[in-house]
Design a protein around this ligand. Sequence first.
Ligand code: PSU
Ligand code: MN
Length: 315
Amino acid sequence: MTERNGRPDPTRYLEISPEVASALAEGRPVVALESTIITHGMPFPRNLETARAVEDDIRAAGAVPATIAVLEGRIRVGLDEAALEALAERAEVAKVSRADLPAVLNGGGAGSTTVAATMIAADLAGIRVFATGGIGGVHRGAESSFDVSADLQELSRTPVAVVCAGAKAILDLPKTLEVLETLGVPVVGFGCDTLPAFYSRDSGLPLALRCDAAADVAAMMTAQWDLGLGGGLVVANPIPAADEIPAATMEEKITQALEEAAAQGVQGKAVTPFLLQRLEALTDGASLDANVALVRNNARLAAAVAAAYAERPVP
Ligand code: PSU
Ligand code: MN
């Protein structure tokens, strides 16, 4: 282990872009973005267009975007246009979660980071706000498969606020909320009292915590970390009403996609990407349009939260 002052030293694995580094050094707002959504969540070229649009949304809201991925054996925080393109076009990029990070860094290859791995990288870089579409969670049938995303554990240990549209209904949402509660992860509804269900605004599952302004979210982050509680937060932001797909419409397609996954024996890391692709086909692309809209909506809120957090009162 390379240590500095008796602490692990990640610097040789980490490459922060000059733009992100100067924003962080000056205390300006920065928003982290994941890359699995680019490589495994959306098809080319929509993935690249969306990745660019999300970065533009964050800039327009006065923050600096930091898309995170593993390239040539380093965790890159802040990708230039060429790196973004290479990632979006490449068919074979490893999906990298916490357990995969050391291997992919040593292997020298490319990897896209999940919510868990993006949180780790953001934390190493000192970025406290992260925008994505949906977090991973407890899969349906987890009582027999034990398939629970590593994202949930990560939320309990790594201090980053994750702005998302809840979790997808491909998951078991009640069990996902129960696990987050067990792990002590605050799940804050942004302008809502129930967990958003990704494509639809309301899962019907009540949330105990609510914020109606970005400054309130920033104040909650500050209190959580000032208290030494550590860990992350889920900021659950419903999809805009105009872009919503009714839950009943999605449920039928989800049931079909899940049956196909079971019939084809899809397991482990492949499950989430498989279901996303099948849903896109089964809804004639409507699920993809909704996905793009909600990610951009989350990026705008994350930029506002990052701005408010950058201006938090210093004791
Ligand atoms: N949910 C989505 N789109 C995604 C993902 C989740 O709506 O692209 C990705 C995220 O990167 C998330 C990962 O961290 O899938 C979870 O995968 P798993 O269930 O294998 O942990
Ligand atoms: Mn899994």
